[in-house]
Design a protein around this ligand. Sequence first.
Ligand code: CIZ
Ligand code: SF4
Length: 347
Amino acid sequence: SVEEMEARVREIKSKFGDRLFIPGHHYQKDEVIQFSDARGDSLKLAQICSQMPEADFIVFCGVHFMAETADMLTNADQKVILPDLRAGCSMADMADIDQTETGWGKMQEIWGDTILPLTYVNSTAAIKGFVGKHGGATVTSSNAKKMLEWAFTKKERILFLPDQHLGRNTAFDLGIPLDQMAIYAPLEGKFEYEGDLDDVKVILWKGHCSVHEKFNIKHIENLRKQEPEMKILVHPECTYDVVQASDLDGSTGFIISTIENAPPGSKWAIGTEMNLVNRLAQEHPDKEIVSLNPFMCPCLTMNRIDLPHLLWSLEKLEEGEVVNQITVPKEVAEYAVLALERMLERS
Ligand code: CIZ
Ligand code: SF4
């Protein structure tokens, strides 16, 4: 039963004490997040993991790229475990390293050595390594603007991987007009751009988050009609149109603090992952909180980490077996860590 599984998780956690650490991402299910030793967005979890020297085992409740980052930021003898290896990220999968090398070659032919690559942390370690090798950095939604500003002090142009929406929304925020942004479509190996290529300032990798793309302008129009006093708060992985039509946009951390600081009785429609929206609604019964998309938007891969998988990985540990360990090869990690450090020292 659920109660038995929960009791077992508690038992194993107390047995291991400080030797076991369970970070949990805000998009995780309640049945999992209740056991997390720290909750955070991907940046916060990365920072926490890098300061966790006493834990031998880090059972990461989040998705694969986050576990990779945890592995790279912890000591060599600390083991990072992902309770279900199928917990990937469709956005991260949209930029594969071979496509990136090919695309980069084409970009060099057009723009020469004028481009600095940046990658959203929602990307594989291999992509982070690529970016680190070429002098660039990772970004998260909470520091993307600052990192883009930094990047422009280094080079004339930025390649932004793999989320076109975060890239476009952030660059627009910095005052770069849409007509100075090109899209690179990796599957076709082609650029989508109308004007003179010399004018391009930002090259957006054509990737997206399948969860955040499910919020659209119709949802906002309907809500404006039906609930005119409701405020609309969205994540910058949503499309440009949605972000522009919203009242506020920002990272997961920003969304949470905005709701925490909102006055009682205020009404909010939130455009982000469903588990987080539901949790905010539960934790703030004095405020009206709904999902901007009435059909809700779960991240299916985040949800693959459930109580049975968490318990399974812990029971294996109890038996002395490390299952689903996530390790990043040294030659990748070496450069990926450079990209992460360039971000962490500016965050
Ligand atoms: O969409 C995601 O996976 C996000 C927002 C991750 C994070 O915490 O930055
Ligand atoms: Fe990836 Fe989107 Fe899920 Fe985040 S919400 S893990 S970006 S698919």
